[in-house]
Structures are given as C-alpha cells and as structure tokens.
Write a protein that binds this ligand. Structure first.
Ligand code: FAQ
Length: 311
C-alpha cells in the first residue's frame, strides 16, 4: 500500500472524518466493509421471512396493514444496504449469489421460528430494539454511504420497535391465554436477541480493527449491556418476566448483571445448523427465482427507454 496514501487515510480516520467511495482506502478496510454491509443487507432481506409468515394470519386489518408496512421497510433497508455495498466496487448479483449458495452470513436471529402471533410483537420489541442499539452508533461509521443509510434505517426501526411493543401491551391487557402467549414468546426470543450483538469482545476477531477504523464505535459487550439495561424497565411495564434468574441490578457497576449466553448454540446456528437455516435459505432462493421475470421486464423496459431517448 502506498505510504503517503495510507498516511492520508489514517489522518482522516484519526480526525474522525468520513471516507467516501472515490477516496483511496486500504484493501482490508474495503473488504471489511463489504463483509459487514453485505451481511447486514442479507439480514434485512432474510429478516422479512419470519414475520412475513404471519401476514396472512394477522388478527385484524389494522395489524395486517402495520405488518405489511414493516416487512416492506425491511426489504427497503436491504436495498439501501446493497447500494451502499455497490459503492465499494462489488456487484449486487455476486453478493446475492453468495447468500443463495450459503457462503454469506446473515444474522443468526432469523433462523428461529415464529410460532405464535406474539412473536411478531416480540420481534418488533426485542429484535428491532437490539438492531437499533447496534445501528445508532453505525450512523457515525467512518464510511460515508453506510453511515448515511443508517440514519433512515434507524428512524424506520424505531417505528418497528414501537409497533411491536404496543402490540404486546395490548395482548397483556387481554385474556390469560394472550398473556401466556406473550410470556412464551419472550422466553424463546430473549437469549437469542442477546446473542445478536455478536460474540463476547474477547472472542470477537474483527472488533479491534473495526474500532480502529471507526466502523465499530461501541463494542459487542457494551452494546449488549446497554440493550439489557434499557429493556429490563420496559419488561416491567409490560408485566412479563425475562427468563434469566441471574438478571439483577448491580449497584456498584451501575448495570444489570446477567446469566450465561449459550454460545455453542449460537455458533451452531451461525454455521448453518439452526432450527430454520435450511428453510430460510430455500424460501429466499425460491423468491429470487420467482422474481426473475420482474428483473427481466425492468431491464427490457430500461433498454427501450434508452433506445427511445437516442432516437
Ligand atoms: N449472526 O468479530 P465479530 C436487522 C459473525 S438487525 C451471525 O464480532 P463484527 C434488522 C461475524 O459476522 C441484524 N453472525 O464481527 C431487522 C463474524 O463472522 P465472519 C443485522 C454473526 O463484524 C429486524 C464472526 O461472527 N445487523 O437485520 C453474528 O466485528 C427485524 C465474528 O464476529 C447487522 O448486521 C450474528 N448475530 O461484529 C430486520 C449490523 N454476530 O464475517 C428484519 C451490522 C457476529 O468473520 C426484522 N453488523 N457474527 O465470517 C455489525 O454491527 C457487526 O457485523 C456485528 C458483528 C456486531 C454483527
């Protein structure tokens, strides 16, 4: 790498400046961003599936309209993120190939099933809640296009989080069966959401470099702790119990202590063997193949427009 360009890049990072697509950047920085942004894009697109399963079974017209809008937003987030990744010189088609062939990662959380209607509320409250906690610092990421995409994404995620929490509040004011459904749902999702923030800092190979480059602003463990501290009071208002006997306020630390996350189960899921990995991937591949005619038609239309403009 040319030393004078490297020095200029380092100085920009040290001054907390932004790197833009036309700027010189070290190869490893580019690769890290392509890895993270594409994994993030894939998560948004695969993340449409668990909740999408409930659109046809939503309990009212209002809930159905909200859920359709929410799932569409996630599709939109995937589009902004693929566009941000393309500014780094990779093609969307190649990124999608990597997803569809099972080579690319996406968030572990989307490999668990949505078993009851409360899961839709819990995903909004906890999964979108965890996503916001992780994404707000990414609005200050050193790579301009990613940081800017995150601003709009975070605004939409806030709506998602509130609609989920509100749906659960309504259920908690309902019948005993409804309350039990919410508790069952939170029991199943709580620990998986804590794992969304990634492995403990000591076992996170990319953290040190990501922090040095200003891609990561807050560590995996610090974000996890912030999420727990913010969520415990919300669980109290809701009237549910978080499924962790070790969850206790620690006066000295000024944070909640919490129990052990099952990292073996996390890695099993990340490595393709969670409860729904195969189903999610095959649904995604089918959706992509079924949409081929739309992409063909859009390209044919664009070609025609271009020919007309040249006449
Ligand atoms: N799942 O060294 P680190 C959403 C992998 S929110 C699967 O700590 P890093 C919204 C990691 O990739 C979810 N894999 O890595 C929504 C790496 O593997 P690699 C998406 C995970 O990058 C809500 C290895 O472990 N959000 O979609 C996970 O510094 C509701 C070592 O880890 C983002 O992607 C995991 N949970 O930190 C949509 C946010 N955690 O690549 C629909 C952007 C770690 O070496 C419905 N990403 N791994 O093979 C990030 O902030 C970071 O990439 C982290 C991981 C924090 C996820």
């Amino acid at each position: 790498e040319p030393p004078e360009l490297m020095a200029k890049f380092d100085a920009r990072i040290d001054a907390d400046g932004r790197i833009e697509p036309q700027d010189w950047m070290p190869d490893a920085y580019r690769k890290t961003l392509v890895r993270q942004i594409s994994q993030h894009a894939h998560s948004e697109i695969v993340g449409m599936l668990p909740e999408g399963n409930w659109i046809s079974r939503a309990p009212s017209l209002k809930r159905k309209a909200i859920l359709i809008a929410k799932v569409q937003d996630e599709g939109g987030h995937g589009q902004y993120l693929y566009s941000a990744a393309e500014t780094l010189g990779v093609s969307r088609a190649d990124l999608l190939d990597a997803l569809h062939s099972g080579k690319a990662k996406y968030s572990s959380i989307f490999n668990y099933p949505t078993l009851n209607w409360a899961d839709v509320g819990t995903i909004g409250w906890l999964v979108d809640g965890a996503a916001i906690m992780n994404q707000v610092p990414l609005c200050r990421c050193s790579y301009g296009p990613y940081a800017r995409a995150m601003i709009r994404v975070c605004k939409e995620e806030s709506f998602h989080q509130r609609q989920g929490y509100e749906a659960l509040l309504v259920m908690m004011r309902g019948t005993e069966e409804q309350k039990a459904m919410v508790q069952d749902s939170v029991n199943r999702w709580w620990w998986k959401c804590l794992a969304m923030f990634g492995p403990p800092d000591a076992d996170s190979p990319h953290s040190a470099q990501g922090m040095r480059w200003g891609i990561k602003r807050v560590s995996n463990d610090d974000l996890r702790q912030k999420f727990i501290d913010a969520t415990v009071p919300q669980a109290k208002v809701l009237g549910i119990t978080l499924p962790d006997p070790d969850l206790k306020w620690n006066e000295e630390r000024g944070h909640y202590d919490y129990g052990q996350i099952d990292w073996d189960e996390f890695w099993t899921t990340v490595n393709g063997n969670g409860p729904c990995n195969k189903e999610r991937l095959s649904t995604r591949v089918k959706a992509h193949n079924d949409g081929q005619w739309v992409r063909d038609a859009a390209l044919a239309h664009a070609r025609k427009q271009q020919q007309r403009a040249m006449k």
